[in-house]
Write a protein that binds this ligand. Structure first.
Ligand SMILES: [Zn+2]
Length: 248
């Protein structure tokens, strides 16, 4: 808790990253969370891993060891055979995962094409919010593209990770304006971009993420120093993510 506000990191990664060599264990993560007064974190596998089932197992073990500190998002390569894709999502749901990540930067799934319907339908079937990385990795990581599945599946909740980043955050504002089931995770934006987002998008649809632990203090500072009511900060720092990623 910081200044009486609970803190939920809605975007962080546990395990081993094949692309960067980064490795974060559950003990490292808990130590880091305690040092930053982060009460709860949504654990997501790194986008490129040696073995995605093993990455899910590691996150499931963390979830089991500290269920009040963690929630979990599955990250399943979408171009597996359809049955294998659904089977791994089912397995993650049974392990207590409450979200699914789409990584267009590495997975190349076109969210506008009807060929991507299976991904969003599987998420909807399990009532899993989709966290879509946006920003780097265009064209499939463009925030505006997620208007298509958000419109097609009005009961599906889609979180735009990184809010499009500093280059595409205006697209994220437009997408959230068009679709009330689009949410924004604000990591990596400049503070004045966040202020601009909040001029248009209710704080009840915004949340913070660190992405990597060493950015947590900076990401938290951006929200804590915003010139917005405390109630808005409470939604961004805790309420939106707590509502979205709680088990239903
Ligand atoms: Zn990330």
């Amino acid at each position: 808790m910081i200044g009486g506000i609970r803190v939920y990191d809605a975007h962080t990664h546990l395990g081993a990253a094949r692309h960067s060599g980064r490795r974060w264990s559950v003990d490292d993560m808990l130590r880091h969370m305690d040092s930053q007064h982060i009460e709860k974190s949504l654990l997501i596998p790194f986008p490129v891993v040696e073995d995605f089932r093993q990455a899910h197992d590691e996150i499931a073990a963390a979830l089991q060891s500290a269920p009040d500190r963690f929630a979990a998002a599955a990250c399943v390569p979408p171009f597996l055979a359809a049955g294998d894709f659904r089977e791994e999502v089912n397995r993650c749901v049974a392990l207590g995962f409450t979200a699914i990540k789409l990584q267009p930067q590495y997975h190349g799934l076109n969210p506008v094409s009807r060929r991507s319907d299976f991904f969003f339908e599987t998420a909807l079937q399990h009532r899993l919010p989709v966290i879509a990385h946006t920003g780097s990795g265009v064209p499939f990581a463009l925030p505006s593209l997620f208007i298509a599945p958000a419109t097609r599946y009005p009961d599906l909740r889609i979180v735009l990770g990184h809010c499009g980043g500093s280059v595409y955050y205006l697209e994220a504002i437009v997408a959230a304006g068009v679709c009330s089931n689009i949410f924004l995770e604000l990591s990596s934006l400049m503070p004045h971009h966040i202020a601009e987002v909040l001029d248009s998008v209710p704080a009840t649809r915004c949340m913070i993420g660190s992405d990597v632990p060493e950015s947590a203090a900076t990401e938290l500072g951006k929200i804590l120093t915003l010139n917005v009511p405390e109630a808005a900060k409470a939604h961004i720092l805790w309420g939106t993510a707590a509502r979205l990623f709680s088990a239903t």
